[in-house]
Design a protein around this ligand. Structure first.
Ligand code: NAD
Ligand code: UDP
Length: 346
């Protein structure tokens, strides 16, 4: 079993991945500055993994990935970090348009300082949270890893820049084992409803918005366009249950450690597309609550359809999604109904 450093491990995807990794027997050090998360998520991960509060299997270091001394603290907290999963970063597209420098600073400079400290610490195994956003407006679907990287917003450019940095690094020096994991639309929650997505303020993304309407925190969803070239006219995306995504990280880390590829780039998606209205209906069914919506103009910068071709991840990692849209909505509702105010209510 390995000891892993998880940057951003208190966040939405990080907390679910921590649980899956702990259950698989790995020991973890989480480095997070809690700028977009709460220590409560890790407390609940501990409970779900049946760990004592003080168990050394999950250590938490509060720190910023842009600070090399904070990163070194993360490395020193462990007995010897074998690999890093790098989730920490900023992820809101609209905010990245308003504050590009902050996004380049945290996402790109932060990743650069992490990579320097990894080199210093002789740790060269890394899984990086990339995003389907770097495909921009895909020319064809399903999208494969060979399709062009053509981001259309600052957030996407920062992900593309880090991907390039990782490619340059892996070809500069033997020994690096790097996975660039391109997530499609992560949604849902752990089936216990104890951990889930807890966005700050008004959610930008469809799924948390729909669940907040169902629980009564928001009045109605605005559906951005019903004139897209899709079966019902609303946008189609590849929604992936966050537990499937967490298991994808476990598979990727095992693959890096066993097969030792220098650089690996894979889509993590389900290969299935669902429209906005399909999500609304599935959520209404799972929650037995109405989700009021209004059809409005298209949102600038949106694609009609984005769906992954996940066959490479399937072949290389032996991984594929197992959970349906109905399960995504059931688990998402379990989290939202038990935690209507997210972690703030606890
Ligand atoms: P999240 O905001 O819930 O988690 C990110 C975590 O990083 C948070 O706990 C936050 O406090 C921490 N963090 C932010 N800046 C930091 C810094 N400077 N130093 C240390 N910690 C810092 O987001 P998430 O949805 O879990 O996303 C995780 C990663 O996956 C991100 O890199 C994101 O860009 C990427 N991603 C997310 C999605 C998505 O839709 N959620 C899709 C594709 C890719
Ligand atoms: N969407 C919507 N209303 C919202 C948020 C999103 O109609 O309040 C639509 C959006 O146009 C897209 C889909 O839902 O077709 C998924 O959007 P999200 O922002 O969750 O993911 P992304 O567009 O980044 O893939």
């Amino acid at each position: 079993m390995a000891q892993l450093l998880i940057t951003g491990g208190a966040g939405f995807i990080g907390s679910h991945t921590c649980l899956v990794l702990l259950e698989a027997g790995h020991d973890l050090v989480v480095l997070d500055d809690f700028s977009n998360s709460s220590p409560e998520s890790l407390k609940r991960v501990r409970q779900l993994a049946n760990l004592e509060g003080s168990s050394p299997r999950l250590q938490v270091v509060e720190g910023d990935i842009r600070s090399k001394s904070d990163l070194r603290k993360g490395f020193r907290a462990g007995k010897g970090i074998d690999a890093v999963i790098h989730f920490a970063g900023l992820k809101a597209v609209g905010e990245s348009v308003r504050e590009p420098l902050r996004y380049w600073d945290v996402n790109v400079a932060g990743s650069q300082s992490l990579l320097s400290v990894m080199q210093e610490e002789n740790c060269r195994t890394l899984a990086f949270s990339s995003s389907a956003t770097l495909y921009g407006l895909p020319e064809r679907v399903p999208v494969t890893e060979a399709d062009p990287v053509q981001p259309i917003n600052p957030y996407g450019f920062t992900k593309a820049a880090v991907e390039q940095m990782l490619e340059d690094l892996s070809s500069s020096e033997q020994g690096w084992r790097i996975a660039r994991l391109r997530y499609f639309n992560p949604v849902g929650a752990h089936p216990s409803g104890q951990i889930g997505e807890d966005p700050n303020g008004i959610p930008n993304n469809l799924f948390p918005f729909v669940s907040q309407v169902a629980v009564g925190r928001r009045q109605e969803l605005k559906v951005f366009g019903n004139d897209w070239p899709t079966p019902d006219g609303t946008g189609v995306r590849d929604y992936i249950h966050v537990m499937d995504l967490a298991e994808g990280h476990l598979a990727a880390i095992q693959h890096l450690m066993e097969q030792r590829p220098q650089l690996l780039t894979v889509n993590l998606g389900s290969g299935q597309g669902h429209s906005v209205l399909e999500v609304v209906q599935a959520f209404e069914k799972a929650s037995s609550r109405p989700v009021a919506y209004q059809l409005v103009e298209r949102r600038p910068g949106d694609a009609a359809t984005t769906v992954a071709d996940p066959s490479l991840a399937n072949r290389l990692l032996g991984w594929q999604t197992k959970r349906s849209l109905a399960e995504i909505c059931r688990d998402g509702w379990s989290w939202q109904s038990q935690n209507p105010e997210g972690y703030r209510g606890s």
